[in-house]
Every structure is written in C-alpha cells, then in structure tokens.
Design a protein around this ligand. Structure first.
Ligand code: MG
Length: 242
C-alpha cells in the first residue's frame, strides 16, 4: 500500500513537472547589461553629458553651447544664451537626467520665476523643470508636470541646492502620411517616485491655447533656457527603446 502511495506521488510530480515545461520560454535571452550604479550609467546607455564637455550638444544655429561646465561635473544654464539640443535625434527612449535648482536671491523670486527649465523630448514635449519645493504655481506647470497637459501625481521635489533626478520613459508619437497614428506617452519618476503613469501626450507643448500635433520624425532632446535663477544639470543618459 505504501509503495502505491509513493508511486502515485511521483507520477503526479512527473506529470506536473512535464506540464510546467510546456509554458517555459527560453529565448530570446535578454541582453545582460551593467545597471545604473554609483552614478555610472548602464552599460547599454548613450551618455549625453558626463561632466566634461558639450560634445554631444549644440545651441541655436548649430553653435557650441554657451552654458558653463563646473568643476563638479555639472553644467549650469546661462540664461539668455539659448536652449541646448542633442546632436543626435531620438525616437522612444528611457532618459535619465539630474538637475539642481539654484538658491541665488531665492526670496526675490516665486511661481514660475524660480529656477525654470524643462527637458523636451523630440524638441516638442516638455517635462517641466522648476523649483517646486515651497513655491506654489499652477499645478500643470509645476516640476514634473507634462507642461500644461498633466499634473504630477505627487510633489516629489527636493529643496533648491539639492540634486534631483528624472527618469523618463518616452514613447514617441507615431505619424503616418503626416497624420497622427498613435499619440506619445510619458512615464516619469521624480527622485525615484512615480509621478506620471503612462499619460497620453496631447500634442506639442504650448503655453497658450490647446496642444496639437505636427508630424515629425526622430528629433533631438532639448534642455530649455527659460529663466530666472540659473540651474544645473549632470549625469544625462538615454537608452533607445526601439
Ligand atoms: Mg519649462
């Protein structure tokens, strides 16, 4: 009797084991990479700024950016010298960028007049950068908003003078015959906190009126020279998603 129990047990085990094999998938095997660690980018990332130079960037008129490179491996916006653009064009990407709001004359500035910039994907779609630590403004224009389109889920801002990070997943819009076939989407983490959860992009960022799309292909990433207290960037890298 005991032997029959043992036999049934192993028979069952064998059947379940062989059935579980039916749903195992062994390929294609994901590429093994080194992850983001200790400020070193992932091994499959394209580094856009490593603190040494503007070799991957231009400003208006294809000229060399006139922003400042600091000894600590960061760059600082010089307001009035123009936004900067990557030389390379991108489609869908994962983008990592770190930024630090300035502290200079902070009591004299409020609302959108603190450190104000933005990271634009494909030169068109802005994730707002703003000192939003203790600085009320319209909520669809605070740090981490998809500017004038989506309010961040929470305010994950750190105080001016502290480094902050955005990790942005951008699914580029798809155009066919100059018409929108599929809108773009943003997912954004601010200092590791999910603040935009796969939100639909309604069109090119605009400050006045409703956004709408204009067909385009791959395009540069832009960092905005807006105003008012200069802010800094460091550790910028992307991973292509297509
Ligand atoms: Mg902005």
């Amino acid at each position: 009797m005991r032997n029959i129990f043992i036999l049934v047990f192993f028979l069952n085990y064998f059947i379940i084991f062989s059935q579980s094999k039916d749903t195992e998938v062994w390929g294609p095997v994901p590429e093994k990479i080194n992850t983001y660690y200790d400020n070193l980018p992932p091994s499959d990332a394209i580094v856009l700024f490593d603190g040494t130079d503007f070799s991957n960037w231009v400003t208006w008129g294809d000229k060399e950016p006139q922003w400042i490179i600091n000894d600590d491996g960061s760059m600082t916006v010089v307001n009035g010298k123009g936004s900067i653009f990557t030389k390379e064009s991108f489609g869908s990407v994962q983008l990592h960028i770190e930024w630090k709001a300035g502290t200079k004359a902070i009591s004299k500035h409020k609302d959108q007049s603190r450190s104000n910039s933005g990271v634009f994907l494909q030169r068109n779609y802005e994730i707002q950068i703003l000192d939003s630590y203790e600085n009320p403004t319209y909520v669809n224009g605070q740090a981490g908003s998809v500017y004038k389109q989506h309010i961040p889920l929470v305010n994950a801002s750190r105080k001016p003078g502290d480094w902050q990070s955005y990790d942005i997943i951008f699914n580029a819009p798809v155009f066919k015959n100059k018409k929108l076939e599929k809108p773009g989407f943003f997912t954004v983490f601010h200092n590791g906190i999910l603040i935009q959860n796969h939100v639909e992009i309604f069109g090119t960022t605009t400050n006045v009126g409703q956004p709408k799309y204009s067909a385009h292909g791959d395009a540069p990433i832009m960092l905005q020279d807006h105003c008012c207290i200069p802010l800094s960037f460091r550790n910028i890298w992307v991973r292509k998603l297509e």
